[in-house]
Every structure is written in C-alpha cells, then in structure tokens.
Design a protein around this ligand. Structure first.
Ligand SMILES: Nc1ncnc2c1ncn2[C@@H]1O[C@H](COP(=O)(O)OP(=O)(O)OP(=O)(O)O)[C@@H](O)[C@H]1O
Length: 378
C-alpha cells in the first residue's frame, strides 16, 4: 500500500535554528496520525511544514504521490489539497453555518455547492443549524462546523491543530472519539497536533512522540504505553514511576517486591535495574506478605489511586477498587505484578534516540498528571 502522506528525513529551520530534524513518518489513506509532545518540541512547526506555511531545509514531504516540499520546492498552501482545523476554529462570525461551510467551494457551480454543503451538514449532524451564526452555537458545534468546512473541498489530508484545546476537559475526550469515528467512517486521512495524550489516544492510530525536535518514538497508542522505547516516553505517556531495584539470579527483586519474568531475562544477578511501574502493576492482595505504607491517595470514583512507599523510600502508584479504603499513614497489602513490567538498564536510555538540545521547558520530565495530588495530611 502506498502512503497518502510521507515525510522522509524532514528538517525545518528558522534561520540558523533547526526546530525539527530527521523526521520520517508515513500515513496510509484513512489513517489518523498524531504529533504529540511537550511544549516547544516542534509539533506546530511540522504541521505548518505539511500545510506549506514553512519550507523544509532537508528531506521531503510527499502527499498523494506528489512531492509538495523539499529543499527548493514549496507548493503553496492553497495548491495543496490540505484541510485545516484550528485551535480557535477560526469561523467567520458574520457568516451563518451554511456559508461558513461553503466558503472554500467558490469554484463549484451554485447547485453543486449547495448539495456539497448539505452533505457536510449531514455528515457533522448540523442539518438543523444551517442558518445559525457561530456565536449561537456551543463549542462542540462550532468545532463540527470547522470540521465540515475543512472537509468540504475533499482534501487529501486533514490537519487538526490542537482542535479540542478550547473546549472543556470532559468534552474533549468524548469529542475526540466522535471526530475519530466521523473521519474513519469517511476514510479521511488526518494528522492531529496535541500535547494531551488522552486526546491522542482517543483519536490516533499512530502517534509520533517528539522531543526536542526529534522523534522519540512512532507507534500505536498501545505500544507507546506498554512498550515505551525510552524512559522519556515512559514518563510522558501514562502514569507511573520509575524505580531502581536490584535483582538476583532467580529474578527476585530486593525487599520482597516480587520476581521478574525469567523468559525475557536480559539482566545479570546483582544488576541495578530501573523498572517502569504503572498503577495497575501493583495489585491489592489482602493475603500478601508485602505491606507498604500509604503516603497519598486520590479518590477516582470507581477506584483509588494510591501512592505507596517502598522500604528504601521510593514511591510507587497503585490502583485499587474504591472499596479498598486505607488512609495515608496506614499500610496496604500488595503484590507486584511483574509479568509485563518494562525494564530499563540503570542509567541507560534504551534506544538510540538523539536529542537536538533545542528543547525548552517541560521536556524530559513527565507532563502527565503526578501520581496523586499532594495530601496535606500525609
Ligand atoms: N517563527 C519562529 N521563529 C523562530 N523560532 C520558532 C518559530 N516558531 C517556533 N519556533 C521555535 O521552534 C521550536 C518548536 O516550536 P513549535 O511551535 O513547533 O513547538 P510546539 O511543539 O508546537 O509547541 P507548543 O505545544 O507550545 O505549541 C521552539 O523552540 C520554538 O521556540
């Protein structure tokens, strides 16, 4: 299968400053990709390069089989078959929904244009709002108008720049799921830019996680979460702690924390390892001999997210059903479930990812939620 969008070793520079470098990505027709990463990692720069607003300083971008960007080649944005949805939707306030959606269809004959807009209104479920003005619509409805407007000319790819960030947090994930369904139903190829991993998970087939202008990992949401290539990826995606442990010949960890799977053994006895511990890797087990003091906890409705202290002082998260009700200061009997735990060698990043040194704040640390909020009584 040929790629609908192909980025080959793409770099983009602002003057002497290389903002992104060595980016290779490919999306099949109908696939949804995501550029994810901390602030300043280069997501917008890449999206703008795909849209044709920034030239590439190296590599090339191929859309629908045509080279649209390469050093010395820059097909202008209006000649790229690219649809864009912006953070603030950028609707025309003085035009009603019908005319907003029909804006990019001037080349079509009147009845054809009307039919196309009707199709788009039906697609996004806004048939009853054709005569409404943007200010009369909810945020979610405005977002659907922006989507319909971007899709109306039948672009080869849809670019979504933080499309949910001006909406309520609760709405975001729901809308991301709905937009995904709509794009999938219509076989639309799309790229989403976000710094919110929940949005990325809810929408994308494939996520490119960027760090300091470089690719940290390109993978499915499942693999990014379960098989992070580096500690940076592990910390950026999902919740969890990385703890230092030592392991003996039988795979047993210090302090009775459990045993590693011997099948995938690639450690030496006595070696210090760094383990990625996700909240669901530590299970409540009232028969367990291992009791760990609770340092913090957060009530999540159906469950509690605990923070527990290991004998050597390191902290780990633990998810339990919410009827397991143990106050900070008391101890929780738990069992480490280490079958699928991710092991990093101490002090070594496990993949050859380079960092360009152009990273700004937030990079290299987790931008996800902390394991649990500070608890003043702890
Ligand atoms: N027009 C510009 N001129 C010079 N440097 C720029 C320009 N635009 C962006 N940069 C720099 O390029 C790097 C990447 O910026 P970019 O906006 O692509 O990051 P981002 O991942 O989209 O960040 P955010 O999530 O904060 O929007 C940053 O270091 C930024 O300061």
């Amino acid at each position: 299968m040929t790629s609908q969008l192909l980025l080959q070793d793409v770099s983009v520079a602002y003057g002497d400053f290389t903002a992104v470098a060595g980016i290779s990505l490919s999306l099949e027709q109908g696939q949804i990709g995501c550029l994810l990463g901390p602030s300043g990692c280069g997501k917008t720069t890449l999206l703008r390069a795909i849209a044709g607003f920034e030239p590439v300083s190296a590599g090339d971008i191929v859309l629908g089989g045509q080279v649209i960007s390469a050093p010395g080649i820059l097909l202008p944005p209006e000649r790229r078959r690219v649809g864009m949805v912006f953070q603030d939707f950028a609707l025309f306030p003085h035009l009603d929904v019908r005319r907003n959606i029909g804006f990019g269809l001037a080349a079509l004959e009147r009845t054809e244009r009307r039919a196309r807009v009707d199709d788009m209104l039906a697609l996004v479920g806004l048939g009853d709002y054709a005569g409404a003005y943007p200010h009369e619509l909810s945020g979610g409805q405005q977002q659907r108008v922006a989507l319909a407007r971007a899709l109306a000319p039948g672009p080869d790819i849809l670019l979504l720049d933080e499309p949910f960030s001006s909406l309520d947090t609760e709405l975001r994930e729901q809308l991301a799921g709905e937009v995904r369904e709509l794009l999938k139903r219509n076989g639309v190829t799309a790229i989403l830019v976000t710094h919110d991993q929940h949005e990325a998970f809810a929408m994308a087939d494939q996520i490119a996680l960027l760090r300091g202008g470089r690719l940290a990992q390109v993978d499915t949401p499942y693999n990014l979460y379960h098989n992070p290539a580096t500690e940076f990826v592990a910390e950026f995606i999902g919740q969890g702690s990385i703890i230092e442990v030592s392991v003996n010949e039988a795979g047993e960890l210090n302090d009775g924390l459990g045993a590693l799977d011997m099948v995938h053994r690639d450690w030496r006895a006595g070696e210090r390892l760094r383990l990625l511990v996700r909240p669901d890797d530590i299970e409540y087990d009232e028969l367990s001999q291992l009791h760990l003091p609770v340092t913090n906890r957060a009530f999540r409705g159906a469950n509690y997210l605990y923070e527990l202290r290991l004998p050597d002082g390191q902290r780990v998260p633990c998810l339990t059903p919410s009827h397991v009700d143990t106050a900070p200061g008391l101890s929780l009997p738990v069992r480490f479930n280490l079958q699928h735990v991710v092991v990093f060698k101490s002090g070594v990043e496990t993949s050859g990812v380079e960092t360009s040194g152009v990273e700004t704040s937030g990079a290299g640390t987790s931008s996800g939620e902390p394991p649990v909020p500070e608890n003043p009584t702890a």
